[in-house]
Design a protein around this ligand. Structure first.
Ligand SMILES: NC(=O)c1ccc[n+]([C@@H]2O[C@H](COP(=O)([O-])OP(=O)(O)OC[C@H]3O[C@@H](n4cnc5c(N)ncnc54)[C@H](O)[C@@H]3O)[C@@H](O)[C@H]2O)c1
Length: 255
């Protein structure tokens, strides 16, 4: 018996590093996974992998989760096809970086849209289905950049958006409680994925120094995040809501 047996789980961005790992693990724990991605090929590869491992999965692409109408259609269709939903896992995001005197208004707005509004759109669409189910879980992905500044990359818009995700999670926990909807956030430290491989291969000195000072491994892997996600999404965490779980090898403890 898996830890997510018979749960219907919607995951955004299943074509990427953490999203693919989440789709694989959640399916292996007995969930029925419904994924989406803007990247058709990447999504198809994840669906193929999960099915080859014997998991239950379907996926839609291209779906831009940053488009409120598109994400609503994806969620409504999933709820209709599966008879409801239990868990919404807001994984997808696209970053835009830039120093405060260099980042354009367009890039700032894009990052807020694709890192914060993207979560709001999905939650807004899923809420009625979770209420109709008698409860469920919203699992958001924040970042340690949401609670601190970083030296190695100017993360103004990224950090501000992720701070919004962390705070939105707390408000959702308050509003969701009466409906038995839990809302939780995981804030990863530096994780090796498609998005960060260029930094792993050629890290700036300040990043390398941060890794060297990290109490555990300096660079995390997608499974480090997904292990926490499985627990928080499962009934084992039924009295946990509103939290921001930092999974970063202890790097944040260094201040
Ligand atoms: N990698 C890290 O070090 C790190 C650290 C902290 C937080 N995070 C967060 O973790 C999450 C996953 O990051 P990752 O490193 O696995 O990224 P990734 O780039 O490897 O994968 C992201 C996936 O989401 C998809 N996607 C992006 N925008 C989308 C949209 N609008 N609609 C649908 N699909 C979309 C991409 O096509 C891709 O398949 C993100 O929210 C990211 O901000 C990552």
């Amino acid at each position: 018996m898996g830890r997510l047996e018979n749960k219907v789980v919607l995951i955004t961005g299943i074509g990427g590093g953490m999203g693919r790992e989440a789709a694989r693990r959640f399916a292996s724990e007995g969930a029925t996974v419904v994924g989406c991605d803007i990247n058709e090929e990447a999504l198809a590869e994840t669906v193929r992998l999960v099915q080859a491992e014997g998991g239950r999965i379907s996926g839609s692409a291209p779906v831009d989760a940053g488009d409120p109408k598109a994400v609503e259609t994806w969620i409504d269709d999933a709820a209709a096809a599966r008879g409801g939903i239990d868990i919404l896992y807001n994984n997808a995001s696209i970053q835009r970086f830039g120093a405060i005197d260099e980042i354009s208004v367009e890039d700032w707005d894009f990052a807020i849209d694709m890192e914060l509004n993207i979560v709001f759109y999905a939650v807004r669409a899923a809420w009625k289905h979770l209420k109709a189910r008698g409860g469920g879980v919203i699992l958001n992905i924040g970042s340690i950049a949401g609670t601190r500044g970083v030296e190695f990359m100017p993360q103004n818009a990224h950090g501000a958006a992720k701070a919004g995700v962390i705070n939105l999670t707390q408000q959702l926990a308050v509003e969701g409680g009466p409906h038995n909807i839990r809302a939780v956030c995981i804030s990863p430290g530096f994780i090796q994925t498609i998005a960060t491989t260029f930094l792993v291969e050629d890290p700036p000195p300040s990043l390398k120094a941060a890794w060297d000072r990290t109490p555990l491994r300096g660079v995390g892997q997608p499974e480090d995040i997904v292990n926490a996600a499985v627990f928080l999404a499962s009934d084992e965490a039924s009295w946990i809501t509103g939290i921001n779980l930092v999974v970063d090898g202890g790097s944040s403890t260094l201040g």
